[in-house]
Each structure stands twice: as C-alpha cells, then as structure tokens.
Design a protein around this ligand. Structure first.
Ligand SMILES: [Zn+2]
Length: 447
C-alpha cells in the first residue's frame, strides 16, 4: 500500500481542491438550488479521474452514475450530491457555501453529509490507478440527488436499472470518528416514516374571544400528539413494536465494545442527563435498537413578536418515526391512521412525506470484517462497529430490495460534524485518512 499512500500524500492539496470546489457549489434539493450544476460538476470530477459517467434521469433529480475498472468483483459506492438547507444562516460562523478552512477543519453545508465522502472515494480511485495503472475490481459510483429529501425516486431508479446497481458489496455514504478518534463502521440503517399532520377546526383564524365556544386547532392537534407516546417516550400505536427484533448476543457484544462515551456526548449537547436517565449499556441499546417518534416541527396561530390574540383554525406537525428491522413504513402508516381514527382524531389529515425501510448486514459477514479491519489499520485505532446506525438511509432500496448486497458505511466525519446543523464540518486529517481507508479496501476487496 506504500505506493498508493505516497500518491495520496503527494496529491493531497489537489484532493482538497476538488472538495472545496464541490462544497462551494450549493445543491439544496429541498429548495431546488444548484442541483443541475452540482450533478454536472460531480460528473466532471469523476471524468477527470477516468470514470465513465452519465446522468440517469428520474422523475426527480438525476442520478450521477459512473463505472471504472474491471475484474471479477464489483464494489459499489453509494453517495448523494444533495445537501440539507443551510438555514438558520445567522448561526453559521462562515458562509455555508464558502468552504472556509479554520484550524485544519473545513466548514461547509454538505461537507460531512456527503460531499467529503464522494471526493474521498474519487480520490482513492485516482490514487490507486496512478500507483498501479488499473483497479483490481470494477467500481460503480451511484450518486443520487434526493437523499436529503427522502430518496423519493431512488426506488424508481433501482427498479429501472437493476443491472447497473448489481454489486458484490457496497460502501455506504457516511461515517464518523467518535470523540476518542476511533473510526466507525455502520452495518445498517434505521428506516423512516415521515408524516405531516394537519388539524383544522373553523375555516378561518378568529378573534381569540371565540375561545369560549369555538374549538382550537392547536389544542386539538396537541391532544392527538399526546396519544402517540407515553411520558417515557414509548410509542402507544398498537402493533408498533410487533416486528422490532431484539438485539442478538453478538449485537450486544458490539455495543459493549463501542465504549460509547456518554459523558462527552452529554456535555457536547449541553444536557444534564439523557432521556429517562438512561445510562450505560441500556442507553446504547435504546439508541441503536429502538424506534422513535419525534416531533420535528410544530406550528399554529401567531408566532411572531409581541402578542396577537388569535384563535388558530389550523395546526400542523411534522413527525418522523425512525424504524428498526423489520418494521415496515407502510404498515406503521396504516397503524398510525387506525390509531388516530380509533382515538377520535380521524379528521386529522396525514400527508406521507418520506417512507424508508430499515436494513442491515450481519456483523460477522466477511465484507463487514474487511471494512472494519482496514479501518483499524489505517486509523491506527480500534474501530467501532455499529450493527445499525441511529440515522436513516435508503439502504434497503439499493441493497436489499432485489437480492442482498452486503453493505458497510464509513466516512470522513467526526463526532461533532454537525450534519444538518449550522457549522457542518470535517477535519481535513480525517478526509485524508478516509481516502487511505477506501484505497486499502479497493486493494483488499479483489482478493
Ligand atoms: Zn443528511
């Protein structure tokens, strides 16, 4: 590997330039900002290292698809070129699309999620081919443009291009070092059911003196929301936990080896305690293996400065349920509908904004072991294997819907990368280590 690592060292300024260039190009799928430009730029960067690319149209934003190398085995990279909206802008210390570098850290919307990983993988392929002339396997880049809005058309893409997405294994989009600098390997994702609930009462907002006799949409919605969870956060929808699998003994072993640094997370988040006073193995078990019901946003009536005595006729909530294997989003949606009807809230409108299946690769799979072992070699630190990540992605659609592709998620983020939040960042040293890790996998995977 010395020859390849030397090239990564020699070309590190070039690789950083690619990353800065991609980060300076906004690509906010939710607001349709810069999407076509970013797809084109992503293609350009891949073409520059000899990847044959094309944009494959979907009913939404196109998928950037690329192939390079040949060999008996095929390794796929799944990434996304879209990013979350940067708001609230006033909380950023530098412009979210300036890609400002301060003290060895690059700040930009999307740098951790997921442009840093796109470039790290491209750079690994570049370094490998410069050192050895060619790759020992076929590599596929599958870079979608809608991950941050729920991968709305990935299923359509996969269904229509089943041959293109076939692979012997897949490196998933993201990974982070923990507070002790140990690299993470994620072997699964949680699923998601994202809904918007709308409660309506009168046909227009009224003077709040009508609060005597006119029902209030905000109170009504709150009552419905209260029926979804108990005080400890356990979801009260009948059947919700029916398909939740208990962690196996080897899963629990992985959790123990994680040495989850709860104190530093607690301090980082400014909390005096975690929910329900959870601590130790119970805290980690809850975090990794339990589904959630989260109110992501809640609004109604007047929320501006000062007072406005108004009786809201409409109230809305955005809710995400993070699902674990083998909960299915369609089934949970039906259970939610029935629960609201049975509770007398059948007139609350439910809009489905994003369904996603959970997925996972077993901890003892050879590919999972390869990715974990090479992480340990490159980082010089014990790797941390998560049987499932607490976050969500369309792993099921790409890797489990048509046959099973073993999948592991790694990446260049850190424990304070602030994905989706102001001041998203990666440490540049992690970026270079991430390139070396992917290059090592490219070398070992073909064996
Ligand atoms: Zn994201």
């Amino acid at each position: 590997m010395e020859d390849i690592l030397q090239i990564i060292e020699d070309r590190k300024e070039i690789y950083l330039e690619w990353l800065v260039r991609l980060c300076r190009q906004p690509s906010i799928a939710a607001q349709n900002v810069g999407m076509a430009e970013t797809a084109k730029l992503t293609e350009e960067i891949l073409q520059g290292i000899g990847v044959e690319t094309r944009q494959i149209p979907t009913s939404g934003y196109p998928v950037v698809y690329g192939e390079v190398g040949s060999g008996e085995k095929t390794l796929a990279f799944y990434d996304h070129y879209d990013v979350q909206p940067p708001e609230p802008l006033e909380l950023w210390e530098s412009d979210p699309f300036a890609a400002d570098i301060r003290d060895g850290t690059l700040y930009a919307r999307g740098v951790a999620d997921n442009k840093g990983n796109i470039i790290a993988r491209a750079a690994a392929v570049d370094a490998y081919m410069r050192a050895r002339g060619e790759l020992p396997e076929r590599v596929k880049f599958i870079i979608e443009g809608e991950e941050e809005i729920g991968s709305l058309h990935l299923e359509e893409f996969v269904s229509q291009n089943q041959d293109l997405v076939q692979a012997d294994a897949c490196i998933w989009e993201a990974g982070y070092t923990d507070p002790q600098g140990r690299p993470s390997v994620y072997l699964g994702v949680k699923g998601m059911l994202y809904v918007e609930l709308t409660a309506r009462q009168a046909n227009v907002d009224l003077h709040s003196s009508w609060g005597t006799v006119v029902p209030n949409a905000a109170w009504y919605l709150l009552q419905a929301l209260q029926s979804l969870r108990d005080a400890e956060g356990r979801v009260l929808i009948p059947g919700f936990y029916d398909r939740v699998k208990a962690p196996s003994e080897s899963d629990l072993e992985a959790l123990r080896q994680m040495r989850f640094d709860e104190e530093s997370y607690r301090r980082q988040f400014g909390l005096t305690a975690f929910k329900n006073g959870l601590t130790g193995l119970n805290l980690v078990k809850e975090h990794i293996f339990q589904p959630t019901c989260t109110i992501c946003g809640l609004w109604s009536g007047y929320t501006g400065q000062g007072t406005k005595t108004v009786l809201p006729h409409e109230a809305k909530a955005k809710i995400d349920f993070r699902l674990v294997p083998d909960q299915g989003p369609a089934e949970i949606l039906e259970s939610l509908k029935k629960h609201l009807v049975d509770g007398g809230f059948g007139d609350i409108q439910i809009d489905l904004l994003g369904p996603e299946h959970p997925a996972r690769t077993p901890t003892n799979h050879p590919f999972a072991k390869l990715v974990a072992e090479t992480a340990q070699e490159v980082y010089g630190k014990e790797q941390v294997v998560y049987p499932i990540m607490a976050g969500t992605g369309p792993m099921y659609v790409l890797c489990e819907q048509f046959g099973t592709i073993p999948t592991a998620s790694i990446g260049v983020g850190n424990s304070n990368s602030r994905n989706h939040a102001p001041n998203e960042n990666i440490h540049i040293a992690d970026f270079y280590r991430g390139i070396a890790h992917v290059a090592t996998i490219l070398d070992r995977f073909a064996d």
